[in-house]
Design a protein around this ligand. Structure first.
Ligand code: UDX
Length: 432
């Protein structure tokens, strides 16, 4: 099919590349001309495993191209996907002005029937507003359908998640766009749920909030484990084997971050409030997440006593593994808290060092270290802040010798407690 995707961020670019890989003809549109130039030149503005290869092979095959013009995208496709940012506002609600702008642009470019699909994460009832906006601004007075088709990809695994989805959710206001939507997703071989637009929009917020709730639940359990001498990983394994619960998203740590969970929780709480429901359960999820970081910082401070002028090595800056994204990263927040207490940092991340430099304050108190095995040099303690799997291969003997005293705080439970202790570390992790 002929498709256009408006917005080439994480969702838009990966979606466009995967649709092209499945044989559709895709035009990816972005109003940022510098970004379009980079993409046309074969560059990829984000780090996402497998994406570069997918983009270049599909560009070469003539199925994927880039443009700055929404009008060109609309003219050359039957289905137009909206994948623009919906950034958070100070009161917790989301800024829908990019969605509204794109809806107007699409409306004024339409000269024949189009299916307009919202892929961006939006509060329930946004589809109704998009429909009304297109109706108002479409001069050609042609038919159109608005569809909600939320995206469930995780950063760092985006290509994998998109190519092998658990399910496809299609929210429609009439049956007319259903056949085309099914045709687009037929090659993905995944269960398709067709529902009304409001339910589709709610599915996205409800799914992300539930996953965040799962993480806060295990983080709350981790506090009880610490107080009682139990082991949170054993508890997670034990409850996770109940198929009604499942083991995934039960890893205790520094709490969740990133551009999705914190924002989606706030947005869901806000839209619930506007609809007359006080979502106290989700407010507690947020509170537990904030406390988890407080408890970890306290653990470091209690052990090192005074943090002023202590040198601390930090492994990990990205909000999670496999990404260079540092937006709302717990690792960055931890660095900021340690710096505020007067500590000096030696930091390393396999992919996120450049992006971290832009968000951490420029300071002679932060040294960016290229080799993870060199981070511990001269430090008073080492901290693991992101769950990069390669950190498990850290030269622990070397780290112990390089530290002034062998103290390791593991905010992601990457190492084995007994092994660390037998290696001579004072080892403090989460909930164990
Ligand atoms: C999330 C959803 O998983 C995805 O379906 C949605 O489309 C977008 O939001 P993402 O933000 O990319 O994806 O990352 P995810 O892998 O879900 O991790 C989010 C945060 O939770 C990270 O900070 C991660 O470290 C943390 N996390 C995850 C835990 O602390 N424990 C876990 O068990 C899992």
């Amino acid at each position: 099919m002929k498709l256009s995707i408006i917005g080439t961020g994480y969702v838009g670019l990966v979606t466009g590349a995967c649709f092209a890989e499945k044989g559709h003809h895709v035009i990816c549109v972005d109003n940022d001309s510098a970004k379009v130039k980079v993409l046309r030149g074969g560059g990829i503005p984000i780090y996402e495993p497998g994406l570069e290869e997918l983009v270049s092979s599909n560009v070469a095959a003539g199925r994927l191209r880039f443009s700055e013009s929404t009008a060109e995208g609309v003219a050359s496709s039957d289905v137009v996907f909206i994948a623009v940012p919906t950034p958070p506002q100070p009161d917790g609600s989301v800024d829908l002005s990019f969605i509204e702008r794109v809806a107007r642009d699409i409306a004024s470019a339409m000269t024949s029937y189009k299916i307009v699909v919202d892929k961006s994460t939006v509060p329930v009832k946004t589809g109704e507003n998009v429909t009304e906006t297109i109706r108002r601004y479409c001069r050609a007075k042609v038919d159109f359908d608005v569809v909600s088709n939320p995206e469930f990809l995780r950063e760092g695994f985006a290509v994998e998640d998109l190519m092998k989805p658990d399910r496809i959710v299609i929210g429609v206001g009439s049956q007319r766009p259903v056949a085309a939507m099914r045709e687009i997703y037929a090659p993905f071989d995944a269960p398709i749920i067709v529902t009304d637009i409001n339910s589709a929009e709610l599915i996205k917020h409800a799914a992300n909030s539930f996953l965040a709730l799962k993480i806060s639940y295990i983080n709350a359990i981790s506090a009880i484990c610490e107080a009682s001498g139990a082991n949170v990983q054993e508890v997670a394994n034990g409850i996770g084997m109940d198929t009604r619960i499942g083991r995934r998203f039960l890893d205790a740590g520094l709490g969740f971050g990133g551009s999705c969970f914190p924002k989606d929780l706030s947005a869901f709480i806000k839209i619930a409030e506007q609809l007359g429901y006080d979502f106290r359960l989700l407010k507690e999820v947020q509170r537990i997440n904030a406390e988890q970081m407080d408890r970890f910082v306290k653990k470091i401070a209690d052990t090192l006593w005074v943090l002023r002028d202590k040198k601390i090595g930090v492994l990990g800056l990205a909000f999670k593994q496999n990404t260079d994204d540092v937006r709302v990263s717990p690792a960055i927040e931890l660095c900021q808290r340690l710096l505020k207490e007067g500590a000096t940092l030696r930091v390393h991340d396999p992919k996120a060092m450049e992006k971290a430099k832009a968000v951490l304050p420029p300071s002679d108190k932060v040294a960016y270290v290229d080799d993870m095995n060199a981070v511990a040099e001269g430090c008073d303690a080492l901290v693991v802040a992101t769950e990069w799997p390669q950190f498990k291969k850290l030269d622990l003997d070397g780290a112990r010798r390089a530290l002034t005293h062998p103290i390791l705080f593991d905010g992601r439970n990457l190492f084995d407690v007994k092994e660390m202790e037998s290696l001579g570390f004072i080892y403090k992790s989460v909930g164990r």
